[in-house]
Ligand binder design. Structure first.
Ligand SMILES: NC(=O)C1=CN([C@@H]2O[C@H](COP(=O)(O)OP(=O)(O)OC[C@H]3O[C@@H](n4cnc5c(N)ncnc54)[C@H](O)[C@@H]3O)[C@@H](O)[C@H]2O)C=CC1
Ligand SMILES: O=C([O-])CC(=O)C(=O)O
Length: 335
């Protein structure tokens, strides 16, 4: 089997470690690293010495680099764009990152229209709708193949929950679905659905529960503050992004069944989701069963606690605006 993965924004804080992680996946036979900064060629030369199968090449804008990086790619991962500084929201990145994601999506539509596309660039709540609108305009949109990567919220949920119950090394034990979006109150970790269940000493203690959910929702800020102007989460994001991509690869190319990961996906016309959350949204993060076509099935959000149901209302309030903002960025004619 041959499998080409393209990583766009490969010289960045996320791109470099994510490229290294992708390089060590034995299923990947070709790894195309694209960035607008020339050091990407050095990053590719460096990573290419790792003795795994993926033949690794760096591309910049020169010599039709984006075209060559994307042609034949079956999976495209996008961490291209600017990160936050203290005091900024993810939405403050819109002005720069919206155009970056639009242009990369246009190139994907042209050079690898059938690829699975995993968007990391923030604000995810708007950049995924932007990519979808570009694909729709190009006639290549397949809702089963477009994913907003929200896995870092899932990763933080298990780590922070284990810490909150005084079992910090127990993090890998807890699988906690996160639904909604990827920004502040739109991030809704369903602690009541943790497998195995979290203890009553947490679930029954409103103050502790509130503090934990707030920490997960604003986990990105912890890193932004600690990096003090030098960027946002990169290493944990590379871990989470790689985790999602390798799960997708295992389901889409290696025949693995029963692979379920939350992701921010196209949910328009999903009547059962709309009746669960009480509103019809074009995009929402839900647990997704992955398969050969990408999305095989969207799984239900499931039963929410009373507190989670109140948080869902806040998430819905913000999400619809972020989605429309992304859609209008493409649909509104520029003067
Ligand atoms: N989905 C998530 O959970 C997370 C998303 N992010 C987001 O990921 C993005 C990247 O973050 P970092 O890697 O820390 O930023 P960075 O600034 O370190 O790296 C971004 C890279 O993108 C490149 N780039 C800019 N325009 C480009 C274009 N048109 N084509 C290709 N490459 C381009 C830059 O040259 C740079 O190398 C940010 O928007 C950040 O907010 C960050 C953490 C978590
Ligand atoms: O906080 C940020 O800006 C980066 C991000 O999305 C995260 O760490 O979850």
């Amino acid at each position: 089997m041959s499998l080409k993965v393209a990583l766009l924004g490969a010289a960045g804080g996320i791109g470099q470690p994510l490229g290294l992680l992708l390089k060590q996946n034995p299923a990947i036979t070709e790894l195309a690293l694209f960035d607008v900064v020339p050091v990407v060629k050095g990053v590719a030369a460096d990573i290419s010495h790792v003795n795994s199968p993926a033949v690794t090449t760096g591309y910049t804008k020169d010599d039709d680099g984006l075209k060559h990086a994307l042609t034949g790619a079956q999976v495209v991962v996008i961490p291209a764009g600017v990160p936050r500084k203290p005091g900024m929201t993810r939405d403050d990145l819109f002005n720069i990152n919206a155009g970056i994601v639009r242009d990369l999506a246009q190139a994907i539509a042209e050079f690898c229209p059938k690829a699975f596309v995993c968007v990391i660039s923030n604000p995810v709540n708007s950049t995924v709708p932007i990519a979808a609108e570009v694909f729709k305009a190009a006639g290549t949109f397949d809702p089963k193949r477009l994913f907003g990567v929200t896995t870092l919220d899932v990763v933080r949920s298990s780590t922070m929950s284990a810490q909150a119950i005084g079992d910090p090394t127990g993090a890998p034990k807890y699988t906690i679905p996160v639904v909604g979006g990827h920004s502040g109150v739109t991030i809704l970790p369903l602690l009541s659905q943790s497998k195995p269940a979290l203890p009553e000493s947490l679930l029954g203690d409103n103050e502790k529960l509130k503090a934990l959910i707030h920490r997960i929702q604003f986990g990105g800020d912890e890193v932004v503050e600690a990096k003090a102007g030098a960027g946002s989460a990169t290493l944990s994001m590379a871990y989470a992004g790689y985790y999602f991509v390798q799960r997708l690869i295992s389901a889409a190319f290696e025949g693995k069944t029963g692979v379920v990961e939350p992701s921010y996906v196209y949910t328009k016309d999903e009547a059962s989701l709309a009746s669960e959350i009480g509103e019809s949204l074009d995009f929402f993060s839900v647990p997704v069963e992955l398969g050969p076509e990408g999305v095989k099935k969207l799984l239900p959000v499931g039963k929410l606690s009373e507190y989670e149901a109140s948080l869902l209302k806040a998430a819905l309030g913000e999400l619809s605006g972020s989605i429309s903002k992304g859609v209008s960025f493409i649909q509104t004619p520029k003067l």
